[in-house]
Design a binder for this molecule. Structure first.
Ligand SMILES: Cc1ncc(COP(=O)(O)O)c(C=O)c1O
Length: 417
């Protein structure tokens, strides 16, 4: 692709002067830009949030596609109610009953976040979120020029003692990734979940629970969802509280299928449908039917079990290699599930600078700064442990460990001089 500045000189129309005001605030995802460099085969990449490619259920998807292609199945291709029922059933338990009508299938949970932002936030509103948080949500929220009310985090998730003060500032929305968070891999512990729901009681703020990773659990048990705890605290069995829940097939099946879902109270679903119709009419029904074929008869459960075994092993290999190769000045999170962990370097080191060096050594990660608000997190970076094979994880950690040791030693020398 040509450089934007060269292009601008050649243009007859100066497009920048025509873009809407909100468009000025839109920038391309730094992750996507970075991933371009990391797709070269010789680069060991811990950058993306990608599954292990060898675990894609290719044959099952092929068979499902053949079944769906049969004329009697493909005509007419209306929305796939079976898939909504399947998801509603999976989300329901003895505390909460989710109905198919509470579910909207979306084009990846990234679209869920976009649609939710569109129906809830006005320019300059206040939004509560964890710091750091999922950078795709920050990208979605950017054009609204919001005031963020960030909540700091520790190994047990959000430090909720800060919440009452933030809730008093009349936020329009609260966004949380409570389980095996992206980027840190940390989980909001049950005690804090319960306190969080109690704290929200006097404040009518809608809560987005973004939950793409909870199925990928390697240690301990999966915590109850905020959606479930909210219903329980309200004494209701229906999905009719303050939580909108979103998840995706991207992490448990394949990210390229672009199918996710929102579970929410009916008035919210109604508005989401309206705005989605104006965006893309509906998510590919063909793909919905394929997924419906793939997941049935217990396949999804057994596939998730395979993913858990493989990713648990990769997480453990990465953690052990970090222990072995990384200098003592550096620390990191210890995720019980998900796809990521986060590295915390001393404040005097900058992860973007380290990445330049790392790329020269053919190893990639994502600097943490883009997951943070308030210009913080320069000394952090995110590592993905699901995508690379065990020998590559070992080799990648060795290279990164050496780079980190060099960086710490150089700073040490400079400080002494
Ligand atoms: C927390 C979180 N939410 C949403 C998404 C978007 O997922 P998708 O649009 O692929 O369903 C991701 C992807 O990495 C994520 O980590």
């Amino acid at each position: 692709m040509q450089d934007v500045h060269t292009l601008t000189k050649e243009l007859i129309i100066q497009w920048n002067s025509f873009f809407a005001k909100r468009t000025e605030l839109m920038t391309r995802s730094p992750i996507r830009e970075l991933l371009k460099f990391t797709t070269q085969p010789e680069v060991i990449s811990f950058a993306g949030g990608l599954p292990a490619p060898e675990l894609f259920p290719v044959e099952r998807i092929r068979q499902a596609t053949n079944t769906v292609q049969k004329p009697c199945n493909i005509v007419p291709l209306k929305e796939c109610r079976h898939l909504r029922s399947f998801l509603a059933q999976r989300l329901s338990n003895e505390t909460l009953r989710v109905k198919p009508d509470n579910i909207l299938i979306v084009t990846g949970s990234q679209q869920a976040l976009d649609l939710i932002a569109r129906i809830f936030v006005n320019e300059h509103d206040r939004v509560i979120l964890e710091n750091p948080t999922y950078l795709g949500m920050l990208q979605t929220l950017k054009p609204y020029d919001l005031t963020y009310l960030p909540v700091t985090t520790d190994a047990d998730g959000m430090r909720i003692e800060a919440l009452p003060e933030l809730l008093r500032q009349q936020p329009k929305l609260m966004y949380v990734v409570p389980t095996y968070q992206n980027p840190q891999g940390t989980t909001l512990i049950k005690e804090r979940r319960l306190n969080l729901i109690n704290m929200l009681e006097p404040y009518p703020v809608p809560l987005v629970e973004d939950n793409p990773y909870s199925e990928l659990c390697y240690t301990g048990e999966i915590e109850p969802s905020l959606m479930e705890l909210d219903a329980h605290s309200l004494g209701i069995r229906e999905l009719n509280g303050r939580v909108m829940y979103t998840s995706t097939f991207s992490k448990i099946l394949s990210p390229g299928l672009r199918v996710g879902w929102i579970a929410a109270p009916l008035p919210v679903i109604d508005k989401l449908v309206a705005v989605k119709q104006g965006t893309d009419l509906h998510t590919s029904t063909f793909v919905q039917y394929i997924i419906n074929e793939v997941v049935r008869d217990g396949f999804l459960e057994s596939h998730i079990a395979t993913l858990r075994t493989t990713y648990r092993q990769r997480r453990d290999i990465m953690l052990a290699a970090m222990e072995h190769y990384f200098p003592q000045e550096v620390s990191w999170s210890h995720p019980a599930g998900g796809l990521f962990l986060m590295v915390y370097m001393p404040q005097y080191l900058d992860a973007e600078e380290l990445l330049q060096e790392a790329l020269a050594y053919k190893v990639a990660f994502v600097p943490g700064v883009d997951f943070h608000v308030g210009n913080t997190g320069h000394n952090t970076f995110r590592l993905n442990f699901s995508h690379e094979s065990p020998p590559m994880i070992e080799e990648g950690m060795k290279r990164l460990g050496q780079l980190l040791k060099n960086a710490v030693q150089q700073k040490d020398l400079l400080l002494r001089v």
